[in-house]
Design a protein around this ligand. Structure first.
Ligand SMILES: [Zn+2]
Length: 462
């Protein structure tokens, strides 16, 4: 950023809560069906249809709120946000306004500046104030692509209408595009971790908007801000904010100034362009939704949700560092997903050597997983099997290099260490390699069978 200037950025995230049915009716939430097939009088907005709040929305909303450090309000109120658009046949969206579901969030994220290749420099904690997260219904979709005479017609698909959303709004606390990038990644990770949302931007179940303005360093007042939309990935969002910061600084310096407007990110041209100006801004005429009671949430309910939630990733990362003596980097990588974190803990508990377990999981095992495009949950080597192998190394029965080869074979065949290893001679190692190379598909198949047997045993036991 140009010297003497600073950016002021606030973020809004819409995240789809992972319920099976819609927020105010029993229609299923699913994508890919026939247009307008998952609809009923309520989500079609037919006169006289009455909304009924889906309890699961409140549970998942509470999980989302707690995972982001928000306070759940004892009473929140649904309100009508009035506007007309073809994908909103009622003429209003049921949302929340002055009494949101949750508010006053304080979230600690890790953020870093990046070098010219986008590589993180030094990670440090940053506090973000989240103003609120309210609950609302999604609108339908206007569809044009692949349909006839779209110069004359819009096609309306209401399958999405009534899908539950949480809208998460921050204070304008970000000063760089990378802080906003790290924040959105943090939120996605947290929401997925607690099962509140799939938070997948590509599928559109997490969408974000950025409010961006710039000012001279030391200035207290905010200048005109621009709302950025159409940010289809975190990376595009970061690029759009970066572009907008530079554009606004140049516009202020040239004396042209910045208009308060909404701009879209054009991913083909790598720039933002005007979507609508402030003059078209809506006055939504909010008023309380007369067909829904205020939503009252008891402290017992909140405590129950809290008890049912898993340990949050940041707490787990810090515990891994404290209890197991892992570096911040290793601990952060191990909490990339709950599956990976659990895999590590199981391995470390059996080997009683957390450092060695972390090294092998983040090193050799991750390499094998990447090479075969598998996730940790699909690993043919169970944590118990890996622990057994590492114990053999610790006891000096085989060395590191031999263990790597054994792991490779365990990974290809799904066989446990004991059946693969034993005292290994260089001859055996040489003999083994061509076998895995030639018979790889049949060995993999055996591995798959073994894996599915294991899964089914788990199911009947669990
Ligand atoms: Zn419906």
């Amino acid at each position: 950023m140009k010297d003497g200037w600073e950016a002021v950025i606030g973020m809004e995230i819409h995240t789809q809560l992972a319920t099976a049915s819609k927020i105010f009716c029993g229609c299923p939430v699913k994508t890919g069906g026939e247009p307008n097939s998952n609809t009923c009088p309520v989500c079609l907005g037919l006169p006289g249809a009455l909304p009924v709040l889906n309890k699961r929305v409140v549970e998942l909303g509470a999980r989302a709120a707690l995972s982001l450090g928000l306070e759940i309000q004892e009473t929140s109120v649904f309100a009508r946000k009035n506007y007309f658009y073809p994908d909103l046949p009622k003429g209003y969206q049921i949302s929340q306004y002055d009494r949101p579901f949750s508010a006053n969030g304080e979230l600690s994220i890790m953020t870093a500046d990046r070098d010219e290749h986008g590589r993180a420099l030094e990670w440090r904690p940053m506090k973000i104030r989240i103003e609120r997260m309210h609950l609302e219904e999604d609108a339908g979709k206007n569809v044009h692509e692949g349909l006839p005479e779209t110069d004359k017609y819009s096609y309306v698909d209401l399958n999405r209408a009534g899908t539950p959303l949480g809208e998460i709004v921050t204070h304008p606390d970000f000063r760089t595009s990378w802080q906003a990038f790290d924040y959105v990644n943090h939120v996605r990770h947290a929401l997925r971790w607690v099962g509140a949302s799939d938070a997948d931007m590509e599928k559109g179940n997490l969408r974000c908007e950025a409010n961006v303005s710039v000012r001279k360093v030391g200035e207290e007042k905010f200048r005109n801000k621009v709302e950025l939309k159409n940010l289809n990935s975190v990376r595009f969002m970061q690029k759009a904010i970066e572009f907008e910061i530079e554009r606004q600084i140049a516009a202020h310096e040239s004396g042209e100034g910045v208009s308060q407007e909404t701009r879209l990110w054009d991913e083909k041209k790598d720039c933002t362009r005007v979507m609508r100006s402030k003059e078209d801004a809506h006055d939504y005429r909010y008023f309380p939704e007369p067909d829904l009671q205020p939503l009252a949430v008891t402290s017992e309910f909140i405590e129950k949700v809290r008890r049912e939630m898993p340990e949050l990733p940041d707490a787990m990362r810090d515990r891994f560092a404290d209890v197991y003596g892992l570096s911040f980097n290793d601990a952060s990588q191990l909490v990339a997903s709950r599956d990976l974190a659990e895999y590590f803990e199981t391995t470390a508990r059996i080997t009683a050597n957390p450092k060695m377990s972390a090294n092998w999981i983040l090193g050799e095992l991750t390499r094998e997983l990447n090479n075969s495009s598998r996730s940790i949950a699909q690993s043919l080597v169970s944590p118990e099997d890996l622990a057994e192998l590492l114990t053999t190394v610790e006891q000096g029965k085989i060395n590191n290099n031999q263990a790597k080869e054994v792991l490779s074979e365990m990974f290809a065949t799904g066989n446990a260490a004991a059946t693969v290893s034993g005292p290994i001679s260089p001859m055996q190692t040489l003999w083994r390699m061509p076998v895995s190379a030639h018979g790889i598909s049949s060995l993999r198949q055996q591995g798959t069978q073994r894996r599915s047997r294991r899964t089914s045993t788990k199911r009947t036991c669990g």
